[in-house]
Design a protein around this ligand. Structure first.
Ligand code: PMV
Length: 311
């Protein structure tokens, strides 16, 4: 048996839309921070047939079945029992597929002796879920052309940002990211502008990270998130991942910033708010968000390491 741990990551410059070729390649460069405070634990054991057990329940995940089939096109991988647990809501916009595929390829790599280095693990993780490519590494991570294997930009101790996640719903999302982004590519009138601006946002965010310039990172990351949600909202049928509590949390983050706190928000394909802050503001942000109507609980996290085998 081999056990691996991986953490979700949160994109500060988002990926929303794929290239029109096989291999699950994002249409735009994107970058993220890997969290320490949320964890996926995945155990891989030899079995007589493939079984996938999520939180103790046997499930059939077509995305995982397809991914294993592709992996077996290149490597000799025996039937496996894969058991996985997240200590956070699954499929609710908290990047469970990112940490899930990252933990899985790292575990299979060791268990089956595939001999992949981290870059190659990142490439295989990307084929499962493009954001998973980034969870192979810790700290600040970029997913960029031409290789589309994630690249570590800076370690987690380069800039000790903290994240307060305000959970506003534990329900799985109604439209998954893959289906949602394809709908946006095909129907949003603003999709081309989103693709066109991505490199500029990516460059501005990279520069802010290198220079540890919080206001600059806040400005580009918050706007990039709102651009992605504009694409979602203008897709047909619309993709609306926000709840009233998500909107209340965005307003709360803006007023905390006006009151002098170093904080900005970002959101993915789900109703949870992720407030990224400097450590001096974390307690105030956590307290304000936990009192915001509709917030079920808050999770505080620092930046963490990449995916790794633990036994
Ligand atoms: O990799 P996927 O299919 O889970 O899509 C991720 C999409 C976003 O989380 C919304 C943005 C991102 O870059 O992580």
């Amino acid at each position: 048996m081999t056990t691996a741990h991986a953490h979700p990551n949160i994109a500060l410059v988002k990926y929303w839309g794929k290239q029109e070729k096989p291999g699950n390649f994002p249409a735009t460069p994107n970058l993220s921070i890997t969290l320490a405070g949320l964890t996926t634990v995945t155990r891989v054991t030899n079995a007589t047939s493939d079984t996938f057990v999520l939180h103790g329940n046997t499930t059939n995940d077509p995305k995982l079945v397809r991914w294993l089939e592709t992996l077996r096109g290149t490597f000799d991988v025996p039937p496996l029992q894969i058991e996985s647990e997240n200590d956070f809501p699954t499929s609710a916009g908290l990047a469970s597929s990112a940490s899930g595929f990252a933990a899985l390829i790292i575990a299979i790599n060791t268990h089956c002796g595939l001999g992949l280095n981290q870059e190659m693990c990142s490439e295989w993780a990307r084929m499962g879920s493009a954001s998973a490519a980034r969870s192979i590494f810790g700290g600040f991570v970029a997913l960029v052309p031409p290789q589309w294997q994630a690249i570590p930009m800076a370690k987690h101790d380069h800039w000790p940002l903290e994240v307060v996640v305000a959970v506003t719903s534990n329900e799985p999302k109604s439209v998954n990211s893959g289906e949602g982004m394809e709908r946006s590519r095909l129907t949003s009138p603003y999709y081309n502008a989103w693709v066109r601006d991505a490199a500029t946002d990516f460059a501005a965010a990279s520069e802010a990270i290198v220079g540890r310039d919080f206001p600059a990172l806040a400005a580009v990351a918050e706007l990039n998130c709102l651009k992605m949600h504009s694409i979602m909202l203008t897709s047909q049928p619309t993709l609306s991942y926000w709840t009233p509590a998500s909107i209340a949390c965005m307003d709360r983050v803006r007023s905390l910033r006006e009151a002098g706190h170093d904080v900005f928000f970002t959101m993915d394909a789900g109703p949870q708010i992720k407030a990224v802050c400097l450590p001096t503001s974390t307690d105030a942000v956590a307290s304000a968000l936990s009192k915001t109507p509709g917030v079920l609980n808050v999770i505080q996290s620092s930046l963490g390491e990449g995916a790794r085998v633990v036994t």
